[in-house]
Design a protein around this ligand. Structure first.
Ligand SMILES: [Zn+2]
Length: 192
């Protein structure tokens, strides 16, 4: 018995086309937002993407996308997909381990409660966020879940830098396009 997490073919090809390094945080976010847009265009998952980068150099390790519906896997949020693949590529369960460079997770939208919880376990040292949780909920109807009210300071206390509101407007455009398309909001149950 296996449960498989994979990327759609287009995302594998787009990852191959990434430059060796992406210097600015805005340019890293731009790429991630582009993946979120392509994921809805290709109908290969929800409007979410996350990129794992070496923080200092901007070397991209992998940009992953939400795969919940295609894989029948409620945990296959972009952050989880990307962290699982990044750890596989780098051959470690702890991205913050001894001798590792600092890793940064760039996400088109604020992590939900599940992804929020998974990030400290991953070892990433920096999180960059586009759209806020409030924007995700108001634009799409997706529920962020019971995220800790002081989530930023909980991260900072654990040595994880938080950078918010990076190209939020561009990130929101994709979320809005997704909502306007009438696509399935698969975890909207709590609102019923
Ligand atoms: Zn999530």
């Amino acid at each position: 018995m296996h449960a498989i997490i994979d990327l759609p073919d287009w995302a594998i090809e787009e990852n191959k086309k990434l430059p060796a390094a992406i210097a600015s945080i805005e340019d890293r976010m731009k790429r991630v937002i582009e993946f979120s847009r392509m994921n809805i265009e290709h109908e290969t998952g929800g409007p979410f993407a996350a990129g794992l980068f070496e923080k200092a150099t901007g070397k991209p390790i992998i940009i992953g996308v939400n795969r919940v519906i295609p894989l029948n896997n409620s945990s296959a949020h972009a952050e989880i997909v990307t962290l699982m693949m990044g750890q596989k590529i780098l051959n470690t369960f702890d991205l913050g381990g001894e001798g590792m460079p600092d890793y940064q997770l760039v996400i088109n939208a604020q992590p939900c409660a599940m992804c929020y919880g998974s990030i400290p376990w991953s070892g990433v040292r920096s999180v960059v966020i586009g759209a806020s949780g409030h924007q995700v909920e108001s634009l799409t109807g997706f529920d962020e879940g019971p995220v800790h009210p002081n989530w930023q300071s909980e991260y900072q206390r654990r040595g994880i830098e938080v950078i918010e509101n990076v190209l939020a407007e561009e990130a929101c455009k994709v979320l809005k396009a997704f909502a306007d398309s009438g696509a399935e909001i698969y975890n909207g149950r709590q609102k019923s």
